[in-house]
Each structure stands twice: as structure tokens, then as C-alpha cells.
Design a protein around this ligand. Sequence first.
Ligand code: GLU
Length: 474
Amino acid sequence: MKTRTRFAPSPTGYMHIGNLRTALYEYLIAKSQGGDFLLRIEDTDQKRYVEGATDIIYNTLKTVGMNWDEGPDIGGNFGPYVQSERKPLYAEYAHKLVELGGAHYCFCSKNEADEQKDEEQNIKFKDPCKRLSLEEAKARVAAGEPYVIRQTINKTGKSKYHDEVYGDIEIDYDELDEGVLLKSDGFPTYNFANVVDDHLMEISHVVRGNEYISSTPKYNLIYETFGWEHPHYVHVPQVMKDAQHKLSKRNGDASFQDLVAKGYLPEAILNYIALLGWNPGTEQEIFSLDELKQVFSVERLNRSPAIFDITKLTWMNGCYIRALPFEEFHKLALPYYVKMPAYVNLEALSKTLQPRIETLADIERETDFIKSLPAFDNSLYVNKKMKTDTDVAKANLPEILETLSAQDIWTNEALFESLKALAEKLGVKNGQILYPCRIALSGKETTPGGATEIAVILGKEETLRRIKSAIASL
Ligand code: GLU
């Protein structure tokens, strides 16, 4: 049987990191075995419809390079790939399931069902309607009475199935809810649609969150009743914020878009989430999507909850930023430079930042002094290691000003040579020239880049202006 996996997101309007990781594992299972990766939109909960949500799904997958072989936009032999467009199909199968004894018509009002659930504190719903004869139920349906189709669970004892990550699972049939499969508006619930679609789309491996482990026996009953084979199950642990809390949208830290907006690169996010629940079995941590396709195996997925460690992601993002070709980094950095004054040499700025930042959002913090010189206290000139203080600054800044004013070639190397020569001429240490110069140009104790790199970024005119103003305030 050909390996076929599907990513089946609901159009919620954002891409949860846990969902993207599920998509990645689905993609890798298919692609490491020469199989197909499908995209199916699960939009049967019409109340939750969010405008533009499918575009977010398409864009995210495209951005990270996970291309699908079949899907709503490109079609395929098993379409349609949007559940709301498959509505008549679910009804057909739901009625078939009733005939086969796997489901029954239920006429309880929504309240009756909810009340029983509440009273029994969410103990499985025992549906009185299942005692109706099929004939009687059909007559009530024919008479136009509103109904839903509910799963019938008559089996007793233990249901068993194998999960590729969690091993053999045993759940008592008695714990299974006789839940709604087809709603009164004719839409299926997830509990039914997933089975019908995974079967009709010939899905070989279902990858999904471990919250579905306990309802999978219900799905297996449906497969069994239809005489279908169920797929391989790969349930994966939740992505957690910490030991107790799931990563959630409410914290603003759970979605792919949030992370991109915070300056993380899509490739780095993908690499990081691959390792959240999967272990390559080696020390290697940096993987491109192509490399993951080569080395991924289901056996190395693990079942312990995966804690999303932003510090680790940030480190990894720094590795990706440093590995970018300069031109690419510069292009990514440009949108962060929109408020830069005209004097700034943007290429020089990118050259200085690329080896030093971990996320693109660091640019804002690292470059504040470039936009405008912050007010600073002259005590900043005091540095024991550099053997500098305000007197050294007072003595050397006018010399620096003179040297830089005479400077024609405004490159890092040329400026550095000139200032070094100045130190030699004055008989002082290099640091006694470079340190006060850097403070005068930045007003900050720590900066990305040294004095001459900053001078190149600021350009000659702004550099001289800042040194003059520093001399005036000493
Ligand atoms: N639409 C379901 C969800 O987003 C999909 C679960 C599955 O992959 O079967 O949770």
C-alpha cells in the first residue's frame, strides 16, 4: 500500500505550532517513503468559520517548503479536499452505517442530550433512542422529525489497537461516548468525517495529537462496521509551554505567524519543531527540510510531552541567521530599517548585525543609538581595562576628530588603520583611542561592532557631528 498522509487542519485563522509540527511529521512520513502528502481542510464546524483562514494554511506550508501533492487548490483523484464540499457523502455513509447497525437515529432535543451529560458528569451519553426499532426510527425521519445520527456502541470488554508512538492501547468499550456522527444540519462531526475521509482518500498513516488516543477506538468500530481497514496511528504528544500548560494561542506564543513576527526565520522554526518530539539519534541539531526527509523515522518519535523552549529556538535562529548568504540577510533586515535616517549606510549596518543578532527583532534594540544618539553620562568613558576615563576622552577626542576629518576613504579597514596610527603617534594604547570614540558615537557601553564599524554605519558627516558634540559636553 502506498504511503499517504494528510494534514487536516481546521481553518482557525492561525497556525498553531503543534499543528505545524503534526503537518511536518505527516510530510516526513510520506516523503521519506516516496509517498503522497495531502492537504484536507476540516471546516465542518461552520460556526467557527474564519475569513482568510485557508490562505494562512496555504501560505505557512508554502513558506516552510512543505508542498502538498493533492489539496483543495490543486485537486487530485480523491477530491474534493474541503469537507464542507463533501457534505452529501457523509450523509450517505452515515445512513449506511445505520443500516449496518453501527449507528442510529436520535430524536432527543439538544437539551435532553446535554442535560443527561451534565447530570452524569460527562459520563458517556446513553442514548434512549437506540432502543427504537429501525423501522420506527425511519418512519419518524420520513415524517420530517429533526434527528441526528449517533454512534451505537454495543460492544463490551476492551478495545485494543496499536499506536506507532504509544504502543498497544486498551480502552474499555464502556467508556466510549455514543456521540453524534451527523448533525441535524447534515454536517458530520470530526468523529465521523475523519473516518470516512481517511478511508476514501486511502490514507495509510494518521498523525494527530494524543488527545485523540481515547476516541480512536470509536473510529475503529466504524471502520470495522464498514469492513474497512483502519490506518496506522501515530499519535504525538502535545507541545507544552511548561510541565503543566499547553502552548496556547492566548499567550501569543503558539502560532507560526507570531514567531515570524517576532523575527524568527521559517526554516529555523521548522528545524526546531522537528526536534520537539523526534530525536535523530545523533548529536546533529541543524537540519534542512531535505535532510529531515533523509533521516526521519517514526520509530524515533517519542511520547514524552515536548516543552517548547524559546531559548533553544532563539539559539537555533541565530545559527540560521549567521548561515544566510549576506544578500539574503540584508533583504530580510531591510523592513526593520524603515525608520533609519538617511545618513545610515544600511549595507554596513547589516554586515555588523548579521554575526551578532539571534532574531530579526533584535535589530530594533541593537540599532536604537544609530537612529539618534542617546543622552549619556560622561562616566561612560571610564573603563579600567581600556585604561580610559574622562581625561583620556578629553585629550584624545579632538585628535580623533582631526584624524577622521582628514579621512577620505571611509571603510572599516581604512578607519581602523588611521586610528591605530594615531594611537602610535600619541604613544597611547589603541583602546584609549577606540573606546572613547565608540562611546562618543554610540552613547552606549555595549554596541554591535566597534568604533570604526559604527563610524562606517553612520557615515562621515554624522560621525564628525557626534564627536564634536561629545567634545563640547566634556
Ligand atoms: N481537524 C483536526 C484538528 O485540527 C484534525 C485532527 C486530525 O489530524 O485528524 O485537530
